[in-house]
Design a protein around this ligand. Structure first.
Ligand code: RP5
Length: 160
């Protein structure tokens, strides 16, 4: 099975991006996590993007905050699907991150999630759905996840 790359621009993004890897652990999907700063490590960013497919990755999840160039620049260096997670920044509460990531000019797409924790979790689920196109076991895991989530909602309604 192809691996998922979970890349973030800074160690300060880890509390958010840990929610992505927690969910990947729960779904038992193979992944690697990396810190690659777009503005502090531009050479390493290019190298990672250009070799990601050959390294066995099938999807890249990239979390970044502020003027968040990481997802777009990774996407510019690969044709693997890139999912961008806008980190909730202090100054503008993640609106800067969101707009930086979602407003890609045509030609290089980045699938953008919601700001912060929900986006980090949904990035894992979206990556799983991409892998599930060719991996029936992942489809099974995703259906089990949804069924559990539905049951929890029903339980909360019954205990309300
Ligand atoms: C971005 O700048 C990172 O993704 C992070 O969200 C933001 C701030 O980084 P630090 O200054 O905390 O390292 O590159």
């Amino acid at each position: 099975m192809k691996k998922i790359a979970v890349v973030m621009g800074s160690i300060s993004d880890w509390p958010t991006m840990k929610l992505t890897t927690d969910l990947l652990d729960q779904l038992k999907l193979p992944y690697e996590r990396h810190i690659i700063s777009a503005h502090r490590m531009p050479v390493q960013l290019q190298e990672f993007g250009q070799t990601a497919a050959d390294q066995g990755f099938g999807v890249i999840i990239a979390g970044a905050g502020g003027a968040a160039h990481l997802p777009g620049m990774l996407a510019a260096n690969t044709v693997l699907p890139v999912i961008g997670v806008p980190i909730e920044s202090h100054a503008l509460h993640g609106m800067d991150s969101l707009l930086s990531i979602v407003q890609m000019p045509s030609g290089v797409p980045v699938a953008t999630t919601a700001i912060g924790n929900s986006g980090a979790k949904n990035a894992a689920l979206l990556a799983a759905e991409m892998l599930a196109i060719t991996e029936p076991t992942v489809t099974k895991s995703l259906k089990a996840f949804r069924a559990h989530q539905t049951q929890e909602a029903i339980n909360s309604e019954q205990q309300f």
